[in-house]
Design a protein around this ligand. Sequence first.
Ligand code: AMP
Length: 589
Amino acid sequence: MPPQTIRKKSEDWELVPNLLDYDAARENFSWEHELGLLDGLPGGGLNIAHEAVDRHASSDRREHLALRWLDRNGEATDFSYGDLSELSNRFANVLRDLGVQKGDRVFALSERLPALYVTALGTLKNGSVFCPLFSAFGPEPLHSRLSIGEARVLVTTESLYRRKVASLRESLPQLQYLLLVREKPQGELPDGTLDFQQLLDGAADTFPIENTGPEDPALLHFTSGTTGRPKGALHVHEAVLAHHASARLALDLHPQDIFWCTADPGWVTGTSYGIIAPLTIGATMIVDREEFEPERWYGILREQKVSVWYTAPTAVRMMMKYGTELARQFELPALRFMASVGEPLNPEAVLWGQEAFGLPFHDNWWQTETGGIMIANFLSQPIRPGSMGRPLPGIEAAIVRPSEDGSVEIIEEADQEGELALKRGWPSMFRSYLHEEERYRKCFRGDWYLTGDLARRDEDGYFWFIGRADDVIKSSGHLIGPFEVESALMEHPAVAEAAVIGVPDPMAGEIVKAFVSLKPGFEAGETLQREILALARKRLGPAVAPRQLQVEDSLPRTRSGKIMRRLLKARELGLPEGDTSTLEHPGGR
Ligand code: AMP
């Protein structure tokens, strides 16, 4: 379809898209030029929080609205760039006074509260590494991430602490400081914790930012693989170049925009584009404390005059379910650009945007490891519904075929399926998986980073998503590692073996389905099944736990003992079973 018509945001400013000509933008692009658009630290360093906040706070944009936070009732609390600068200075002072140092890891586990944003920015100012955790995780995913990441500080809410963290403390010896945000204080502060707000109030509001360099660690995001524990993808301060460039070019953000990224900062999108990128542009960002509810969302778009909206396919599908009529009841003259990320966006959803809002959704693609948007449908360019778009200026993407000998064959021919790869070296590329050099190394073949996604490129250079090359599951946009779920299932005394797969779901894209076999002496039955599912939910939290469970006599394994999730999936979906020659007992179920 042709590019969307360019809507003016308001009468006050004329909109010229940041990217007008795709080929010219690619040709003229350089990361040096992008660096020149930022400020840098006075001592020659680079710090994300300086570029996001202090740069604007020390300019005539100090009073510009940086963050508008909406509480449960939709009441707004406003923070200017000046306010955010002072609050994050206070938090950086809190950290420094506690003796938290450059490189130490500061974790946050919180709903979308202002304290979360202050924590992120203050942590970066102190030169410490910010690591967000999703508030819907259960104790088990929290424990593994806090321990792999050797969390020294955790900022959380009193309620999440009492429900999920208190019981883990003894097994996290490195976790020295627990700072609690008390939305509704529940009696005395629990032993061994500190009051976030009290500390903040007692700290000075000026802070000399730690002189971080481009390669100093800044952000740690956990992601899931097929096997083993979650992986901590480490990003550095230089990533801010990509946050800023992609916000300009892929999301067409301007300083005058009111931007709403609906992703939670517990995941990478909610940090890169729900905190950092819009602030580096100097725009206003909207943060809603609550979860999806169609009328609430349309109300926010209208009342807050959102001009650029970044959301996810699951949310779009839910809106579609509630119908076009409902969406049309809300006039949204300020809205001028809509984008989506995280899972495949069906072509119907792209077009539904046009029907419901008069604008198409622009799909774009990236992942935790890439730190920022890599492939996008741009405002000024034709959209191909169903395609993720084309690589951003500064990003080289290819379809490749990795071979056994460790090399990689680049498939030049159009429309061939292969693995999506990116030429290494963009600023927001992850620099390691924490403590797992080998796992990191395996992601690269020469100059190419292998993304783990299968895709094809058409003859005009648009990329089309095909599926994952591995067994990880995407449910409601959240990446779920089967191993983590299987380990939790195995904790039930009746479970002998467990395997989980993703099965298609009209809303969530995929949901997690578990297969288990039972130990001798246990009888399959509805009560037991419910009990196993309930245990998994308690341990893992609702975002990760399986929704369905099936008991089998045994699970299919290879001769080397690995459970064949692929076979389970093929059987579940009624697809050809493929090569089962390595199967131990092909009857297997
Ligand atoms: P995460 O690291 O949790 O952000 O998940 C990244 C993965 O989500 C990618 O490797 C893809 O499998 C999937 N993904 C992200 N964006 C898209 C998209 N636009 N279309 C299809 N899949 C996507």
